[in-house]
Ligand binder design. Structure first.
Ligand SMILES: [Zn+2]
Length: 393
């Protein structure tokens, strides 16, 4: 289903623009008309991270007239493996600023608008309303549902992408012409079920594969060419080198865009909706949470501890807390590893950030280990507060 162009053409291209965009201008489907539409376009990219990096660079190079960048984070060394819009000299710099500087180098004709802020329920509609199209490069479910809801409520199309290890997905959600993200995924996954890229990793180049699909779709929507990925989900498997397209229908029971919607405005709290940890895990951690510093004090005082790292072996290879034993969370949840836990020692669990250890703690407590505790903030907090000589990831 071809759709009309989202944006009216600009009055004209300058001589500089005609020179710069000549390889677009000689494609009949783009031509002068398409390039003028790009010049008049306002596109917002949510997140200047893995997906946002290639998306911003190619949108800028393509000649999108106004590019908004929303990101509150700063550049970290561990970003550089995939977030190619940032460099070594940008470490600790706000990502939105770093990205804007790279864009100025690629194409100074682009008007860049920096939103150096966290997107939240108080600002998302106001920011989105300034743009024709949104490109979603977020890496967490709370923001993803908020982006979807805001876009649907404002009637804006957006190009969604997601990445994990070797797998990527992309689609165009536009309520007026097809399904929304909630039609595809009505409920967020249970907390702790789907690890983030920070927890599970991502092949750097996968960002380019999915980010370039997002830009491809953005250009098609803005200029009205080709068949947009509305109502279809692109699924990419980098190991098999396989792209599959799956039809996605509008769900008449969708809570947001269905026949009898129950979500008629933004939710008050998307973190709450997606749940950082499950209710069981939250309950288990009450009065059973210690800080990394407290763990160190326990160790120094000679307390008899059974310290368990519930991460995966690949993470254990990167860093570990001295004295810890590796028992991955899955073996605790399945009950397989329960016999390895002593009854007469203080059990302390930790993971990377405290989410998985909270889930494991709930399982241990249910199995009768009432005094077990977990470390708030996990090994990240340990490295930050106790042992900065260890590598972080
Ligand atoms: Zn929907």
């Amino acid at each position: 289903m071809a759709l009309p162009p989202l944006v009216e053409p600009a009055a004209e291209l300058t001589v500089d623009e005609i020179r710069r965009y000549s390889r677009h201008l000689i494609i009949p489907d783009v031509g002068m008309d398409g390039q003028k539409r790009l010049k008049n376009s306002k596109v917002l990219v949510v997140g200047a991270g893995g997906l946002g990096s290639p998306a911003l660079l190619y949108l800028a190079a393509a000649g999108v007239g106004t590019l908004g960048i929303v990101d509150f984070d700063t550049v970290d060394e561990s970003n550089l493996q995939r977030q190619i819009i940032h460099g070594v000299s940008d470490i600790d710099r706000p990502k939105a600023e770093s990205a804007a500087a790279s864009i100025a180098e690629v194409n100074p004709l682009v008007n860049v608008v920096i939103h150096n802020t966290a997107l939240d329920v108080d600002n998302v509609k106001e920011i989105f309303s300034q743009y024709d199209l949104i490109v979603d490069g977020t890496d967490n479910f709370a923001t993803r549902y908020m982006v979807n809801d805001a876009a649907v409520l404002l009637g804006k199309p957006y190009v969604w992408g997601s990445i994990y290890r070797f797998d990527g997905q992309a689609s165009v959600f536009w309520e007026e012409h097809g399904p929304c993200y909630r039609c595809l995924y009505p409920e967020p996954p249970p907390p702790g079920m789907v690890p983030s890229c920070a927890e599970g990793g991502v092949l750097g180049v996968l960002c380019a594969s999915i980010g370039s699909i997002q830009v491809n779709e953005a250009i098609k929507l803005l200029t009205g060419i080709g068949e947009p990925l509305v109502g279809r989900l692109m699924v990419y498997d980098a190991l098999e080198m396989e792209y599959r397209k799956i039809k996605v229908r509008k769900d008449p029971n969708c809570a947001l865009c269905g026949d009898n919607p129950t979500v008629t405005d933004l939710l008050e709290d998307y973190e709450d909706f997606c749940g950082a940890v499950s209710a069981e895990a939250e309950e288990a951690t009450l009065n059973a949470t210690i800080t990394a510093r407290e763990l160190k004090d326990w160790q120094d005082s000679g307390k008899d501890l059974f310290l368990v790292d519930v991460r995966e072996p690949a993470e254990w290879e990167i860093n570990r807390i001295p004295g810890a034993t590796l028992i991955p969370k899955g073996e605790i949840l399945s009950g397989e590893a329960l016999s390895r836990f002593p009854q007469d020692r203080q059990i302390v669990l930790h993971c990377k950030s405290g989410v998985r250890s909270a889930e494991a703690l709930a399982a241990l407590k249910a199995a009768g280990f009432k005094d077990a505790v977990h470390v708030q903030g996990g090994i990240v907090s340990w490295v930050n507060t106790v042992d900065p000589s260890q590598p972080s990831y």
